[in-house]
Ligand binder design. Structure first.
Ligand SMILES: CC(C)(COP(=O)(O)OP(=O)(O)OC[C@H]1O[C@@H](n2cnc3c(N)ncnc32)[C@H](O)[C@@H]1OP(=O)(O)O)[C@@H](O)C(=O)NCCC(=O)NCCS
Length: 169
């Protein structure tokens, strides 16, 4: 049976392994380690098969700026499932559980830069119609937003900035 819980001390190496194998490169694993080192993690959750960590999801704070205002939300990512566990519904369950936790935090919205086919199943939609764009170059359909409270983004617009660690990744 697959279980889900928040990251605990001692999980770091296994989380690193999931990200390295999931993405096929160490970039995202290095980013996760740098964010943890900087105490920048808003929420980090894992999926386990028995004692083994097989999937990971992370959220950090983002800042949306425009000329006269700035407000904060959370950014989803990285997220990875070990290759042999992919496309079995585990990423979906992990994301759903993590989003339920996010709804209980004091944030109004989540942004993500990723596969539209996957994230749209959870209510994410392109950020552009909200007037929200990403500091990084990204196809319009890949930069998405999810309101955690109804109409949280009404009248909002601006550019989303991730933590510096994402820029240095
Ligand atoms: C993307 C990822 C997190 C999804 O987790 P998962 O457990 O495999 O996903 P689920 O089984 O819950 O859902 C499967 C659905 O996710 C989507 N999906 C999964 N992998 C995908 C990929 N590489 N590209 C696009 N969509 C993908 C599809 O809609 C798929 O549905 P389908 O199997 O009917 O086509 C996982 O495949 C992964 O770790 N991939 C490598 C790392 C990565 O790309 N991370 C996300 C960065 S945005």
């Amino acid at each position: 049976m697959i279980k889900f819980r928040q990251e605990k001390p001692g999980d770091q190496l296994a989380i690193r392994g999931v990200n390295v194998q999931g993405f096929g490169t160490s970039e995202e694993a290095d980013l996760v380690d740098a964010l943890r080192q900087a105490n920048a993690i808003v929420l980090s959750m894992v999926a386990l098969d028995g004692e083994d960590i097989i999937a990971h999801i992370l959220f950090t704070e983002v800042v949306v700026t425009r000329a006269d205002s700035r407000f904060t939300g959370i950014g989803l990512g990285p997220m990875a499932v070990l290759p042999c566990y992919q496309r079995k519904g585990i990423g979906s369950r992990l994301l759903q559980i993590a989003l339920d936790k996010c709804r209980r935090l004091d944030y109004d919205f989540v942004v993500v830069l990723g596969h539209p086919e996957f994230y749209s199943k959870f209510g994410f939609s392109p950020a552009k119609p909200y007037g929200i764009s990403c500091e990084f170059d990204a196809p319009d359909e890949a930069f998405m937003v999810l309101e955690l409270r109804e109409n949280a983004l009404a009248g909002s617009s601006g550019i989303v900035h991730y933590r510096d660690e994402f820029r240095n990744a």
